[in-house]
Design a protein around this ligand. Sequence first.
Ligand SMILES: Nc1ncnc2c1ncn2[C@@H]1O[C@H](COP(=O)(O)OP(=O)(O)O)[C@@H](O)[C@H]1O
Ligand SMILES: [Mg+2]
Length: 327
Amino acid sequence: MASSSQIKALLNSYADQDNDRFFAVALQVAAKEAQRGHHKVARDIRSLVEKLQHSQSQADKSQQPEQPTPLVTPQGELEELLEQLTPAVRRNELVLPEQVSSRIDGVIHEQRQKAKLAQYGLLPSRKLLLAGPPGTGKTMTASVLATELQLPLYTVRLDGLVTRYLGETASKLRKIFDQIAATRAIYLFDEFDAIGGERAQSNDVGEIRRVLNSFLQFLEKDTSESLIVAATNHPDLLDKALYRRFDQIIQYPMPDTREIEKLIQNRLVAFSLEQLNLSEAAKAAKGLSPADVTRCCEEAAKTSVLNGHPVNTQRLVEAFQERNTHR
Ligand SMILES: Nc1ncnc2c1ncn2[C@@H]1O[C@H](COP(=O)(O)OP(=O)(O)O)[C@@H](O)[C@H]1O
Ligand SMILES: [Mg+2]
């Protein structure tokens, strides 16, 4: 059975002649039924929606033959709230300790095998909270997921959501979550602390609390096939109520020496490294984030290109030391 809020949403979208939203809600009802093990009902609803969507798109085509609307490009207000990126970051570029790596691989694997899981009434992980210090690869992970799963990546503009639309944020969030249900993609709520901060610590407590509560409600209700990735540099600031809404919470640590070596090798793979003592260089990078290590490698590589010499240990160590003193 659809919930009363879903029926209201259906009626509202009918009244607004908002077909996309109508279909998105219907598909959410189907997903909910599937979750409850009512697979036949879920299938029936889905095929009805597909039939309706098909006849709708035929009707649209006959009305506007040369203006097909690309499904994945957010329109109107959504355009200001969602930024579409087309990253090409491969899984093997991301350097993480084994236990973190295997969780990312697990998410990718479950997504690729979601049809198989569905046969047993199981759902793949798709609501992820990534937590850890700046520059450890959280944003990069969203790009990797998009690349590996061949899905579009949308970054939610939290600044716009929270400040510019003060007071209207719930309706903006609703639009975002409608889009999440309508278009399967990766949706990244980056620097999530902006809305996820401990409620009582904010100056603007009322507004932040409303935003956070709406977000939590939407997140909980969402039964779409999209991946929702929230990233934060300050997990300790997050309200504990948030945690149980996510399928997985993945902690990003600072790299150890082995990972630093790997980062250096990865970044400098195109350069000649015969004058580089990898372990000595890596030692000097202790305490730096992967983002810092990568940047220092780029500086050393530039020097090497401009001087016409291979990348040398001393130049790289200097870059690391320089950055370490500015931390
Ligand atoms: N774990 C990592 N493995 C490889 N490169 C990384 C990693 N973390 C960060 N980087 C490099 O630093 C850049 C910035 O990292 P980012 O993903 O934005 O960090 P965060 O979102 O955790 O602050 C990345 O684009 C990449 O070049
Ligand atoms: Mg980031």
